[in-house]
Design a binder for this molecule. Structure first.
Ligand SMILES: C[S@@+](CC[C@H](N)C(=O)[O-])C[C@H]1O[C@@H](n2cnc3c(N)ncnc32)[C@H](O)[C@@H]1O
Length: 422
């Protein structure tokens, strides 16, 4: 493919991403399968352009006068991110072959005008309502937090399944396979691989045999802080794909009862092969939106882990397209759902037992505000001090912890722990 044809393809892919809900990665993969003439270098160049645009979408749209179509964003990226001169951009838009059509008068005027003074939220590359939340939460540090959240090439973290192997053994095995794993700073069972060149983790024997799982260090830390231990009755209330279920199961070392529940049957089904691969067990339970189906566990659990549905904004460095799909209304809906789920899950905690609240969100409305609302309506639950752990994890508050790409080089996470007073 010519450089111009790659640009046209990137623009079309950006339009598909904007029109649907699919992850950018899936749209790119589908495009590759439907356009077999594109070689690996073409696919790589197109993906690079697509992600570059997604990470700077707000700024590029601003430069192009508010246009949000793929063509405009790609043109904006050539000017603002690649620093190409107008003539070079025109040369790539000759309209010949499979390249994009010539620039319009307005497009030419837009890129000739330059960026001018950018409002803070535009420069940050995040939607305006998100920046307002960041400013409230992070104060002077908000721009650093925003920038790190939209940075490319997040590392790939592995959690060693201590039910099957030690961290030393897996580290040696990965080195043998030609990789260069590093110990994670905060999770005692984590190994970190660089994002480039992208390691094919699924092809590793250690993965196929369940000695490692892909799991961000932030997730690993949340599991560790919850304090699951052998002999406990533990409920992973929003089990989803089962990432945390596996971490909790490993901490329980096959002793006690682990129930993984969710409202979506397909998600629970996906956990089954992961449990088998990891050599651990959990009861999988489909529950109703209002918590129906868990009554037998009322007042019985030592630990209820609520990894609540959230915006996923803590993972935007991996999925920047999601930043542009989120609305303020959706955040409000999620906040209300989080508070409701916490109330349902709290019923399962036995006197003296614990409730962990976790999100992979960066937004205070889903984090502090949901935790505040739960505390206000549940005086029988007292916040548990995470000190000295929070010191080790770099957190500020004693019973709440925030992790983020800028502060801990993990995905963004929020963690709060409560104990039901006896
Ligand atoms: C953040 S995801 C969980 C991710 C999972 N714990 C993991 O580590 O892979 C949130 C999950 O909550 C589930 N969920 C949504 N509403 C729920 C409800 N009312 N009760 C329980 N789970 C719910 C969703 O189906 C989704 O799987």
């Amino acid at each position: 493919m010519t450089p111009a044809a790659r640009l046209a393809a990137a623009a079309a892919i950006l339009d598909s991403i904007a029109q649907g809900r699919q992850p950018a990665e899936a749209v790119l993969k589908a495009w590759g399968q439907q356009n077999r003439f594109a070689g690996s270098k073409d696919r790589r160049a197109i993906a690079d352009r697509v992600y570059k645009v997604l990470r700077a979408r707000g700024r590029l749209s601003w430069i192009m006068g508010g246009r949000e179509d793929g063509r405009a964003l790609v043109i904006g990226s050539l000017a603002a991110l690649d620093g190409l001169a107008l003539e070079d951009i025109e040369a790539l838009h000759s309209g010949e072959g499979y390249g994009p059509n010539p620039l319009s008068k307005q497009e030419r005027a837009r890129i000739s005008a330059g960026e001018g003074e950018l409002p803070g939220w535009v420069a940050a590359g995040l939607p305006e309502f998100v920046v307002a939340d960041f400013q409230k939460t992070f104060g002077d540090r908000w721009a650093d937090e925003a920038a790190a959240l939209m940075q490319p090439r997040a590392p790939i973290d592995l959690r060693v399944n201590t039910a099957k192997a030690t961290v030393d053994e897996v580290e040696a095995e990965l080195r043998e396979a030609g990789l260069a794993p590093e110990r994670t700073l905060r999770s005692p069972v984590g190994l970190r691989l660089a994002a480039e060149p992208p390691p094919n983790v699924q092809a590793l024997e250690a993965f196929k045999d369940g000695r490692v799982e892909i799991q961000d260090e932030g997730s690993q830390v949340a599991c560790a802080l919850a304090g699951a231990a052998p002999g406990m009755t533990v409920v992973d209330y929003c089990a989803g794909g089962g990432g945390k279920t596996l971490g909790l199961a490993a901490a329980m070392r096959g002793q006690g009862t682990l129930v993984a529940s969710d409202v979506v049957a397909k998600r629970l089904e996906n956990i089954r092969p992961r449990l088998a691969r990891a050599g651990v067990e959990a009861e999988l339970r489909l529950i109703g939106q209002n918590g129906g189906g868990m009554e037998d566990l009322n007042d019985r659990a030592d630990l209820v882990f609520v990894d609540a549905p959230c915006s996923g904004s803590g993972t935007w460095r991996r999925r920047p397209e999601d930043a542009w799909r989120l609305t303020a209304e959706e955040v409000e809906r999620l906040h209300a759902l989080q508070v409701r789920i916490l109330g349902q899950a709290a019923k399962l905690v036995k006197p003296g037992g614990r409730l962990a609240y976790v999100t992979c969100s960066m937004l205070s409305r889903e984090n502090e505000a949901s935790a505040d609302a739960f505390e206000a309506s549940h005086p029988g639950f007292r916040p548990v001090s995470l000190l000295p752990q929070t010191l080790r994890y770099g957190g500020a508050e004693s019973s709440r912890l925030r992790l983020s790409p800028a502060s801990t080089n993990t995905d963004g996470f929020f963690f709060a722990l409560y104990e039901r007073t006896p």
